[in-house]
Design a protein around this ligand. Structure first.
Ligand code: HEM
Length: 658
């Protein structure tokens, strides 16, 4: 058996031992069986966490293999090298094992949900209803389906682009299962959902990347130093992400700091924090020592430390699964339906003061805003340091866009938007019509292409090459086609509000995240095509851009009027459960929402018209100057033209002297 395979086996063994210790410490290993109460037995009690552990390990490994193939190992003009191809093939097996582990979790989960043993549910009825009707069951079924899909597609992937697409798919597949555990029952489920999602995305890249890097080193494969250097840059951000999101996950589940040392759940979390700090120290040591030696052609220290680090990481994953099986300490929360649905008490009557004062922290969009501001700021700083100019107006526009995004997702506006339809419509319009205008006028793609260095090796893909590849891809050509961008922008609004989609999006925090992201992305796409300053595949002439803008206006007006004319309340199931007693009736707030949708469009339209006029004028001016320069160049040495110009100059001087 190869050294890499031995390391992986040892890693799984350590993870299982850590899980067992965590289950015992968390009081889940030998619970008191009360006679007469249903008990699914030891097989299910251990089978479920073990299958969850295997899901996490194979999920993280699949992400690590695809990350190594698509991003860490150099490719040649987008075609994967021999090692990278080997990892994509290996990912098809780990993805299949991931799906298998998820299926096992469905079997044990179904048995546990009815307090029966596995043989007692062998007839399949309980299994199929669990897999199709419970949130946990449906989430696990999604993992089975997506895992099999990744396994199949990986068989045929030979380009870096395909491997990157599979990597994104695998990242999404990580989310359903943990999001239906403690997360959904946590009093502060919005924070818990966002925190555990970010936690898993960051740790899958970090843990998965290191697992495969350690195996690559043990197998003495080529380009280890390139892959390790790239991983090291990414690992710092992932480490910060895992730590922050882990702490927010804890905040969402613990009622008081003292729960950390007075509850089993708290003590397991402390054990994880200790492991996290240790892993941080190992990372520091890599950066100080082993990566330097590796760069000098001495991989031994790096390989040994990466091997040990792999074992510590998998032990922490084992602890984490035990943590997810240990009930968090109870703490008292208002026992009203509104709190259950919103994760915060129903706010008092809306006032402008409350909109500006009742801020509500949304971790997911706080991270989105921080990343948008951080990356753009870093790009501008890099140009500055290089002495390259970047128009201050673009920077100002970008940061206005980010500030408006923060206001729309974190202020009282976001809180009241969940309670009142008209306020929701203001949030929708701000996110899909105002924020995108300022963001696209910031020219983020142009900045990235100017700030990022080209890849060190010819034909390889660094961040800059990935951006150009995506810009020139067929996908970008299709989605930025004016007809497609307009249909998404307009069509999705109708599809969201005139189908049950809106109510389901309001019921689930993930649905709400998706809806808000959709407003932002569909709006950015639309305005990027009309007034974007970045290079793009489908640039319309200015007249075409005006047309595209005006085409949308009647649809917006009609949408608003339709809302104002409706006799039934949209998403009544959601709004009625909240039990709001102040302010207008549900139907009246909906009609106000219609009026807002109709009227709100005027402001952005004005801004866009102004932007188009300025861009049109600047473009004309640029072309005129270019034509002049061309004429000058063409005219240089042409005696006839020179004499005519001299004549004009003389006339001019004569005019002035008069
Ligand atoms: C500051 C350090 C960390 C804290 C405070 C933390 C906290 C948490 C919390 C509260 C959860 C949710 C558990 C639940 O469902 O109740 C979680 C999940 C998880 N954590 Fe961490 N964590 C930390 C570091 C790590 C590290 C270093 C790893 C791995 C190397 C890790 C791996 C995981 C995994 C795999 C899950 C999902 C478990 C599952 O539901 O399958 N965490 N973490």
């Amino acid at each position: 058996m190869s050294r890499a395979a031995r390391l992986m086996l040892a890693g799984v063994a350590v993870a299982v031992v850590a899980l067992a210790i965590g289950m015992i410490a968390g009081g889940r290993a030998f619970p008191r069986i009360i006679p007469g109460l249903p008990d699914s037995g030891a097989v299910v009690r251990w089978g479920l966490p073990l299958s969850k552990l295997l899901m996490d390990v194979f999920g993280v490994l699949t992400v690590g293999l695809l990350l190594m193939a698509a991003m860490l190992l150099p490719s040649d003009k987008g075609v994967l090298g021999r090692s990278a191809l080997h990892y994509v093939k290996a990912a098809s097996w780990t993805a299949l094992s991931w799906a298998g582990a998820a299926f096992l979790a469905i079997v044990f989960g179904a048995a546990e949900s009815v307090g029966r043993t596995v043989p007692q549910i062998a007839d399949g009825a309980i299994l199929s209803s669990y897999a199709t009707q419970t949130t946990q069951g449906v989430a696990l079924t999604l993992v089975v389906l997506f895992g099999v899909a990744i396994a199949l597609f990986s068989r045929g992937a030979i380009t870096a682009g395909a491997a990157a697409g599979l990597l994104a798919f695998a990242m999404v597949t990580l989310l359903p299962a943990p999001l239906t555990g403690h997360t959904s029952s946590s009093p502060n489920h919005d924070l818990a959902t966002s925190a555990v999602s970010l936690h898993l995305l960051a740790l899958a890249l970090w843990v998965g990347g290191l697992l495969v890097l350690a195996a690559h080193a043990l197998r003495r494969q080529p380009q280890l130093e390139v892959a390790a250097a790239r991983f090291s840059t990414m690992a710092v951000w992932c480490y910060a992400g895992v730590g922050l999101s882990g702490l927010f996950s804890l905040v969402a589940r613990l009622g008081a700091v003292s729960d950390l040392w007075t509850s089993e759940y708290g003590m397991l979390a402390v054990a994880k924090i200790v492991a996290f700090v240790l892993l941080g120290y190992v990372g520091y040591w890599h950066r100080q020592r082993t990566l330097v030696q590796l760069g000098a052609g001495r991989p031994r220290a790096f390989t040994r430390l990466a091997g040990g680090e792999t074992l510590l990481m998998l032990a922490t994953v084992g602890l984490a699964v035990a943590l997810s099986r240990t009930p968090p300490p109870e703490f008292t929360v208002p026992a009203d339906r509104a709190f259950e649905l919103l994760g915060f008490p129903l706010p008092e009557e809306i006032t402008l003061g409350n909109v500006f004062s009742l801020w509500w922290f949304d971790l997911f969009f706080a991270v989105v805003a921080a990343v948008l501001a951080g990356l753009y700021g870093a790009g501008v700083l890099r140009l500055r340091r290089r002495g390259d100019a970047w128009f201050w107006g673009r920077t100002a526009s970008w940061f206005i866009g980010v500030a408006l995004l923060v206001f729309a997702t974190q202020s009282g506006l976001a809180r009241y938007a969940q309670v009142m339809f008209d306020v929701h419509m203001i949030e929708h319009m701000t996110l899909s019509m105002v924020v995108p205008i300022f963001l696209v006028l910031g020219g983020p793609v142009t900045l990235a292409l100017r700030a990022l260095k080209p890849a060190a090796r010819r034909g390889d893909r660094g961040p800059r090459e990935w951006i150009t590849t995506i810009l020139h891809s067929r996908f970008t050509k299709v989605v930025t086609h004016p007809a497609v961008a307009t249909s998404i922008f307009i069509g999705s609004t109708y599809a969201l509000y005139f189908t049950p989609l809106f109510e389901s999006a309001m019921q689930e925090h993930l649905g709400h995240i998706w809806m808000t992201l959709h407003f932002l992305i569909s709006g950015s796409l639309f305005f990027w095509v009309i007034i974007g300053v970045d290079p793009g595949p489908n640039r319309l002439p200015y007249f075409g851009r005006l047309l595209m803008l005006f085409v949308t206006m009647p649809f917006h007006a009609f949408f608003g009027i339709a809302l104002m004319m409706m006799g039934t309340v949209i998403a009544s199931g959601w709004y009625e459960q909240l039990g709001r007693t102040w302010g207008d009736t549900l139907l009246q707030t909906q009609r106000d929402g219609g009026a807002i949708a109709w009227g709100f469009g005027e402001i952005p339209t004005l801004i866009v018209l102004l932007a188009i006029a300025v861009q049109w004028y600047q473009d004309d001016d640029r072309q005129a100057r270019r034509a002049d320069r061309r004429a000058d160049r063409a005219g240089a040495g042409d005696p006839e033209l020179d004499s005519y110009n001299a004549y004009l100059a003389r006339l001019n001087r004569a005019d002035k002297s008069e």
